[in-house]
Design a protein around this ligand. Structure first.
Ligand code: ADP
Ligand code: MG
Length: 249
């Protein structure tokens, strides 16, 4: 089954078109990296696939259903851009931040049941943050906060997760752990993953499929082993900056 099917989609803000008649699909179980220069429409595309904004033209289907009538949003996790930027005074603990994503299921003013709390701890375990469950979110490092936000996205047992530049501001070691985690989610839990990143050097090594946004279009590379074709495409998009982005010497 297809997780996402984007057909003839165009979208623009007041300044003009950002995406011009794009077509692509994400298969269930895919691990897709969406790359492209700043302002190329990566975040916009994610918001369209999440139904946060509507395309001006074309259709989007999620798990075979038209997005406008799609009811299964509980199956979709989302880690928005700059999700983790709490200051130290933010008055919520790690387990509260994660558990809050269960509120739609348990009702806003009911206390969290033990079974729900078990679920919260299960995913804090998966991201390696269980021992921090009683800590205030604002007292954690950017990388730790980001892991908590992954747990938050996972706690509702999604079949697909969208992440928008999740490693910005995270140190290199945490980034490595983070990508190992995504690998496990994809391979072991069979979660479909779409991740936006501007770090094409890292992304092209990790994902199964690369989607390049640029010039209002999208180009899909199913097999990142086809390194030459991919590099040619990236060179077209980024020009001379590509060597720096890929950490070439
Ligand atoms: N809410 C908005 N209103 C008007 N223009 C926007 C808005 N959000 C994004 N844009 C513009 O749309 C283009 C694509 O933005 P965005 O999707 O955020 O790109 P990316 O995530 O690839 O950096 C940019 O030119 C940006 O300035
Ligand atoms: Mg963005």
């Amino acid at each position: 089954m297809k997780a996402v099917c984007v057909r003839d989609v165009s979208f623009g803000y007041s300044e003009g078109l950002v995406l011009d008649n794009i077509n692509f699909t994400i298969e269930e179980g895919d691990y897709i990296g969406i790359v492209g220069p700043n302002g190329s429409g990566k975040s916009t595309l994610l918001k369209l696939m999440l139904g946060i904004m509507k395309p001006q033209k074309g259709t989007i289907e999620i798990f075979g259903q038209n997005i406008s009538s799609y009811k299964g949003w509980g199956k979709i996790g989302y880690v928005p851009q700059k999700a983790a930027s709490f200051n130290t005074s933010f008055p919520a603990t790690v387990e509260e931040v994660v558990g809050a994503n269960l509120f739609s299921k348990i009702g806003l003013f009911k206390p969290i049941k033990k079974s729900d709390l078990d679920l919260v701890y299960k995913y804090l375990d998966i991201v390696g943050m269980r021992e921090y469950s009683k800590r205030l979110i604002g007292n954690l490092s950017g990388g730790q906060q980001q892991k908590v936000f992954i747990a938050r996205a996972l706690v509702s047992s999604p079949e697909m997760i969208f992440l928008d530049e999740p490693t910005v501001g995270i140190d290199v070691k945490s980034q490595q752990e983070f990508f190992e985690l995504l690998d496990r989610l994809n391979k072991e839990l069979k979660i479909t993953i779409a991740i936006v990143s501007h770090d094409i050097g890292v992304i092209t090594q990790k994902v199964g499929t690369v989607a390049c946004l640029g010039n209002k279009k999208i180009a899909i590379h199913e097999n990142t082993a086809d390194e030459h074709a991919l590099k040619d495409m990236l060179r077209d998009l980024y020009g001379d900056n590509m060597r720096i982005l890929l950490h070439e010497h």
